[in-house]
Design a protein around this ligand. Structure first.
Ligand code: SAM
Length: 240
């Protein structure tokens, strides 16, 4: 096999949601790396791999889980340097990530840093089940149907993007990285008449998992690893 970098989505947390293709990519890789914030502590994506494929050896790459800044850039540069060493040795190198590698994933930054050093290295991604899909299934929520719109926002910049999305009653809204804003999101949904039917899933498939209506956690922040799904307003179907 020739050298390649493969970004592998492992799903949100439940090892049963790691796809057969992901499993094959992990088993065929010469090396599997997982992002961690502490080299002594098992990472979330690493834990999925260990439960789904205990025979696969996972090596840790330390990242600073900040949005931007020198420490984050340094972490990505060091990680890319380590991957390049193995790519230069002709290895197939897998880098795992929670959910899907093409949606809000460290994979894109890592790939960019590797490509800057080795433009000719082939890069592939293996899709993973996204957190909001798992939440929709667990909560029994139809995210979008027919001509309904789906808008995905993050809570990183506060609630402005969320407010704009919720203003369209025909749009389903998915919120990533918004756990810390859960009380504000709940209040805005209440004001927009869209609190009923909105669900939140925290640590899906991982220790501490919690899935419930947003209304039940309206007064409580959730952690970073929380996702919200707000279905479109569907008066013709009764509710929400
Ligand atoms: C860096 S993004 C990763 C998204 C991921 N690539 C995906 O496709 O779902 C992190 C955000 O994804 C969501 N997320 C990822 N894994 C999750 C899980 N196990 N439970 C709940 N939300 C999760 C949360 O909204 C979290 O803030």
């Amino acid at each position: 096999m020739t050298a390649a970098l493969i970004g592998v989505g492992v799903g949100p947390g439940d090892p049963e949601l790691l796809t057969l293709r992901a499993l094959r990519a992990l088993r065929e890789a010469d090396r599997v790396f997982a992002p961690v914030s502490d080299p002594e502590v098992e990472g979330r994506a690493e834990s999925v791999v260990r439960r789904a494929a205990p025979e696969v050896a996972v090596e840790r790459l330390v990242f600073v889980m900040a949005r931007q800044g020198t420490a984050r850039d340094t972490g990505i540069a060091e990680a890319a340097g380590r991957l390049v060493e193995h790519l230069d040795a002709g290895e197939r190198v897998a880098f795992v990530t929670l959910g899907d590698p093409n949606l809000y994933s460290t994979v894109s930054s890592v790939v960019a840093a590797v490509r800057a050093r080795r433009p000719a290295v082939p890069v592939e991604t293996v899709p993973g089940i996204m957190a909001f899909q798992d939440l929709a299934a667990r909560a029994g929520t139809v995210v979008a149907d027919g001509a309904e719109v789906l808008t995905v926002v993050t809570g990183l910049d506060g609630t402005d993007a969320f407010d704009a999305a919720v203003a369209d009653p025909a749009a389903a809204v998915v919120v990533y990285k918004g756990g810390h804003h859960l009380p504000e999101l709940a209040e805005r949904l209440r004001q927009a008449g869209r609190l009923d039917g909105a669900v939140v899933g925290e640590l899906l498939g991982l220790d501490g998992e919690r899935v419930c209506p947003v209304a039940e956690r309206a007064g409580e922040q959730a952690s970073y690893l929380a996702t919200v799904v707000v279905p479109p307003h569907r008066p013709e179907r009764g509710a929400p």
